[in-house]
Design a protein around this ligand. Sequence first.
Ligand code: DX5
Ligand code: ZN
Length: 221
Amino acid sequence: MMTKHILAPSILAADFTKLGEEIRAAESAGADWIHVDVMDGRFVPNISMGQFIVEACRRVTQLPLDVHLMIEKPEEHLETFAKAGASRLTVHVETCPHIHRTLQFIKSLGCEAGVTLNPGTAVGAIEPVLGEADLVLVMSVNPGFGGQEFIPESYARITEIRKKLDVLGSSAWLEVDGGVSEETIAQLKEAGATAFVAGTSVFKHPQGIEAGVRALRNHLK
Ligand code: DX5
Ligand code: ZN
């Protein structure tokens, strides 16, 4: 069976004065999901956006909303984000002492459950819950900012997690986030990633959003 490869533009890099327009442009260019980066100024340095933006996104696109929660105590906000229209909710293992329960709770809300880990967190930290996850997100930058340089050790981490998912027979998405570009995407696919978050390389592409999506897509064929 052919594996589907997902392109998930991150609106963190969009022009917020015309967010609806930019999301529509990404959708018509062939984006699969819209990635929404929620930051609380505590777990990560920046404060970005919350449930009201998720609600607004829900009104402008039919695409799944891939919500990445870079927040402390995410379990206190999961219901709110599910109600706002999130399709999948991804939490950081570093913020979840009860990660197994948290993933189950996300599923009980009718969303797909994602788990992610920072570049400095050992892969073993997510291993016990790989079977519970609908999505595993590998951070390939330290979260908190868009436009950072890709951390090359991420390739090996993706390969390692790919193997573990295959052993389990898991069909979870293996997503990568941070510094995904024309230079890195082909090797990330090779390593076994199936979903690719891209902020800067889509929304800040010099030739526009459509060109950004097309350029990345070319490498996913
Ligand atoms: C980083 C965010 C990313 C970010 C990616 O904290 O989780 O989703 O928007 O941005 P780029 O693609 O510019 O590295
Ligand atoms: Zn993200």
